[in-house]
Design a protein around this ligand. Structure first.
Ligand code: NAD
Ligand code: 13P
Length: 341
């Protein structure tokens, strides 16, 4: 039977680290073609195209410096060319770019294609929250899994042990995706809960902003743990309100409590939120100064969550996330992070 053709959409910090796992795993099984295209948002570094650098030096020197990518990972700047004939799509771009990309790739993918989203974010429209997998499904009409966990990309590239969670609808698809990612140092777990995995991944970015505010106040460990605990409860409450099928167990997986912990200690959202209080600079300036092209996801999500809750008259049910939004965008004094609980 025909081999699976895997294509990675995105090549930032996590996309590049994930390509190290995928590039290695495809060569272990005859089920997959060896070559894996990776769509790269083209940019020029010191006069040289990033795609050329990746294809000659086998390193994404901007987004994952210091780690080689497998030679079977091929950087392609044209999205239509990258996904031609793809049967397995791995989506790993900042969430704001997903819809536009899907529109461009629609005609080029194989008719029996399926996908997995590594994206931590959620979109919103007039009727409420929209899962990234549902956006992809509505644009491309393909079955989707989601992968999320306590997965700081640089630590994975350094092959430090961690767990992750794949949310699936169809177990066969989940198992196929596991073959792409699983490794002794990257242990894949399963839940039959695509929505729960993604709600956790999106909302923990908001709670991490609160953790950064708390760090700027030098409140200490007990305070931060309290904010994380309350944040976890609000994450669950949000999931229950908008996705009634979400499972409680999902919050106990790597994508739930573990990712919340890792992001509140070691993530970019936490780091920028601490700097936001200490330097009084704007979010855009901080993203520019501190992240070198990488993207902050929690601020947009905090705003979208707030607007949705407001429209649904539900602000009072989510005091912690509302306070985080108000500190981030309405000039509320940062001390309110504890006083408003
Ligand atoms: P990143 O923040 O490191 O990099 C940003 C990427 O966006 C770059 O590849 C850049 O080229 C690209 N980009 C810039 N402008 C663009 C445009 N107009 N259209 C399309 N792409 C554009 O990216 P990342 O860390 O790989 O994040 C991707 C997703 O993975 C996010 O949802 C993030 O939350 C999630 N994630 C990240 C980590 C991590 O540790 N970095 C871990 C787990 C999940
Ligand atoms: P940040 O985007 O805050 O760096 O979080 C990374 C992450 O998702 C770790 O699991």
């Amino acid at each position: 039977s025909q081999q699976e053709r895997v294509v990675i959409i995105g090549s930032g910090n996590w996309g590049s680290a994930a390509s190290r796992l995928i590039g290695k795993n495809v060569t272990k099984s005859s089920r997959f073609e060896d070559r894996v295209n990776m769509w790269v948002y083209e940019e020029v570094l010191n006069g040289q195209k990033l795609t050329e650098i990746i294809n000659t030096q086998h390193e994404n020197v901007k987004y994952l410096p210091g780690y080689k990518l497998p030679k079977n990972i091929v950087a392609v700047p044209d999205i239509v060319e990258a996904v031609k004939g793809a049967t397995v799509l791995v989506f790993v771009v900042p969430h704001q770019f997903i819809r536009n990309l899907c529109k461009q790739m629609k005609s080029a993918i194989s008719s029996h294609c399926r996908g997995i989203s590594l994206i931590k974010g959620i979109d919103f429209n007039e009727s409420g929250p929209l899962l990234i997998t549902d956006i992809i499904k509505s644009e491309l009409n393909i079955p989707m899994c989601a992968l999320s966990g306590a997965n700081i990309a640089n630590e994975i590239a350094a092959e430090k042990f961690c767990e992750t969670t794949i949310g699936y609808e169809n177990l066969e698809d989940g198992k196929l995706m596991k073959e792409l990612f699983h490794d002794d140092m990257f242990r894949v777990g399963f839940v039959k809960d695509v929505a729960g995995v993604q709600v956790c991944g999106a909302l923990k970015n908001v709670i991490a902003l609160g953790a950064g505010f708390c760090d700027a106040l030098e409140m200490g460990n007990n305070t931060k743990s309290a904010l994380m605990r309350i944040g976890l409860i609000e994450m669950q409450r949000f999931a229950k309100k908008y996705y009634s099928n979400v499972k409680v167990e999902t919050f106990m997986e790597s994508c739930g409590v573990a990712d919340l912990i890792t992001t509140c200690y070691g993530g970019r959202n936490r780091k920028c939120a601490e700097a936001f209080i200490r330097t009084k600079k704007s979010w855009n300036v901080l993203e520019e100064e501190l992240l070198n092209g990488q993207k902050l996801q929690g601020t947009t999500t905090a705003k979208d969550v707030y607007l949705t809750l407001k429209k649904d008259n539900a602000l009072e049910e989510f005091p912690h996330m509302v306070t985080i939004y108000r500190i981030a965008f309405e000039g509320l004094p940062v001390e309110r992070i504890v006083l408003d609980i």
